[in-house]
Design a binder for this molecule. Structure first.
Ligand code: ATP
Ligand code: F6P
Ligand code: MG
Length: 525
């Protein structure tokens, strides 16, 4: 049974909380909706990690849970090379014990010493039992919010591998925008591959373009080459957007005789990686395609967080603090900081929470009005009147409905957004001029300064874990998978499950509620 599309029980609103500008929109009332589609003005529920078409589940059937779980297990099973080609496993060459050769060690001691992960090990994807669909952040499969165990595959080294390391050629490519930690991941992939005994490791330059642009030569990688690359931000291999011709890329993979490809990137990159995996399957190639989610926006489904996000939140503090100092010191100062986040407001929400200085936090998931008695400008007047200054933190994708859209896209097809920061700055200036109140607006856009820094300590550890697990996944024979942290545990997930939609801030989540509590901002509609 194939189940699709979002659950419709998710995301009721707690009483007293106004409904994000969707009141009166069909299907969207005070108690049933968490998100309003800005273009169509129809109420949409934030897509949760798990999606099922409830029309295909009959909850009166006592077996519905079993059906759900069977479907879940099918969707989350990991594609393996042996699904399409004849491949035999061999004992792994990955060993933490370096002084004694593998053959000399008793099997079970060797296994526990090396900490192998059993193929049947699983981690729980969801750990909260919601008593009601109206609980903050609730996602439910059925109207009673029944508890259904959802297990996903644990990441880590296996006892059996599907490649002969001395004959393996492995490639690494970094796509999309920059993100703190890319070099840490590249480095760990190389170190771990070498640990297995791989000698032939290459970097593909500037994303998918490196596969077919002749002047972009392969970069030979080894422990020596990557030793210090984590000390700098950016990508040692370069990045790019666009240029993902799947057939050409797979031709190039064949011509280069790659056995493994590690693809570091966000949603778009993972969509590309999955198509590459499918094309390799179609051609019956023994090539493992493994993704490592790279998104500073933290917008990949199912994962606790992606690498670079923590660092970005930390780096944003400097801008927020500077804006605060400027606003606080000026007469009627208004500080305005724009942070990244095309469609997800995680950086802006976390940076606002972290700084504690932000009065107004605006994210793409929560529409707002500027004018009128409940608008942002009215609240700014109130802040100037009562505390003498104000600080706004806005995500780049917020409030796009207030701006003229160009419909232009970047090379990857991502919509080029209009600048909400500049728009807000102008609106605030003209509003205060109109009402004859002095204001001093200081606008800071630290976008690329935030993104170009090296990973902080916590992200460096996350990168290390992800890089190592990506290599273990490839050697285990999986392909079309990605790796991440779910409920603090490291797991492998089939790529299609993490790119079903963009992960966004749930306005009914405790985190957004905490942010509102911290800023003290009212509903802007
Ligand atoms: N749906 C898709 N199918 C195949 N390839 C894609 C798809 N979307 C994007 N790509 C390719 O993936 C690469 C990266 O895409 P994109 O620029 O959207 O970055 P991303 O991986 O989403 O990361 P970021 O978080 O920086 O936006 C590009 O080379 C692009 O052409
Ligand atoms: O200017 P670039 O390189 O296209 O990247 C900008 C985009 O990258 C992201 O940080 C995602 O990587 C978005 O938040 C942002 O819109
Ligand atoms: Mg993208």
């Amino acid at each position: 049974m194939a189940l699709k599309s979002p659950v419709h029980y998710a995301g009721s609103i707690t009483s007293g909380q106004k409904h994000l500008g969707c009141f009166g929109v069909p299907g969207c009332d005070r108690s049933r909706c968490v998100r309003c589609d800005k273009k169509s003005r129809t109420c949409q529920l934030v897509t949760r990690a798990i999606s099922v078409d409830r029309s295909q589940l009959d909850f009166s059937n006592p077996d519905w849970k079993k059906q759900f779980q069977e479907d879940f297990n099918r969707r989350f099973s990991l594609p393996h090379l042996k699904d399409v080609i004849d491949v035999e496993p061999r004992p792994t060459t990955f060993s933490l014990k370096s002084r004694a050769p593998l053959e000399n060690v008793n099997g079970s001691i060797q296994e526990s010493w090396n900490g192998y992960v059993n193929d049947d090990d699983r981690a729980l994807l969801k750990v909260i039992k919601f008593a009601s669909p109206t609980s903050a952040g609730a996602y439910c499969i059925d109207p009673d919010c029944s508890w259904v165990e959802q297990w996903v595959h644990r990441a880590g080294p296996r006892k059996q591998i599907y490649f002969e390391p001395p004959y393996v050629k492995a490639g690494i490519v970094t796509c999309g925008g920059l993100c703190p930690g890319l070099n840490d991941v590249i480095r760990q992939i190389v170190l771990t591959l070498e640990k297995y005994g791989v000698k032939n490791i290459v970097g593909i330059q500037h994303g998918f373009r490196g596969f077919f642009e002749d002047h972009l030569a392969e970069v030979p990688l080894n422990r020596h080459v990557v030793q210090n690359i984590n000390l700098a931000g950016g990508s040692f291999l370069g990045v790019s957007r666009g240029g993902a011709n799947i057939s050409d890329i797979v031709d190039s993979i064949q011509a280069r005789r790659l056995d493994m490809l590690f693809v570091l990137g966000g949603n778009g990159t993972h969509a590309g990686a999955n198509l590459i995996h499918e094309e390799c399957r179609k051609r019956k190639l023994k090539v493992s395609i493994v993704g490592v989610p790279k998104t500073i926006d933290n917008d990949i489904l199912l994962m606790d967080k992606t690498f670079g996000f923590d660092t970005a939140v930390e780096a944003a503090q400097r801008a927020i603090n500077s804006a605060y100092i400027e606003a606080h010191s000026a007469f009627h100062g208004i500080g305005l900081v724009k942070l990244m986040g095309r469609s997800s407001g995680f950086i802006t929400m976390h940076a606002s929470l972290s700084s504690g200085q932000v009065d107004i936090c605006l994210i793409p998931e929560v529409p707002f009005t500027l004018d009128g008695p409940h608008g942002v400008l009215q609240h700014l007047e109130h802040l100037i009147e009562t505390q003498g200054f104000a600080l706004i933190c806005v995500a780049e994708g917020a409030g796009q409905e207030h701006l003229q859209q160009s419909n232009a896209t970047d090379a990857s097809g991502n919509m080029i957004l209009s600048d909400i920061g500049v728009h807000l700055q102008q609106k605030i200036k003209s509003h205060f001029k109109e009402i004859g109140v002095h204001s001093d607006v200081k606008y800071i856009d630290p976008t690329y300064m935030v993104r170009a820094v090296r990973a902080n300590a916590s992200d460096a550890i996350l990168c290390t874990v992800l890089g190592q697990n990506a290599v273990h996944g490839a050697f285990a024979g999986f392909s079309g998978i990605t790796t991440g942290v779910c409920n603090t545990h490291n797991v492998y997930l089939p790529i299609p499950e993490v790119i079903k939609s963009t992960r966004v801030v749930d306005p009914n989540s405790r985190m957004w509620h905490r942010c509102l509590t911290s800023t003290g901002q009212p509903d802007f509609h």
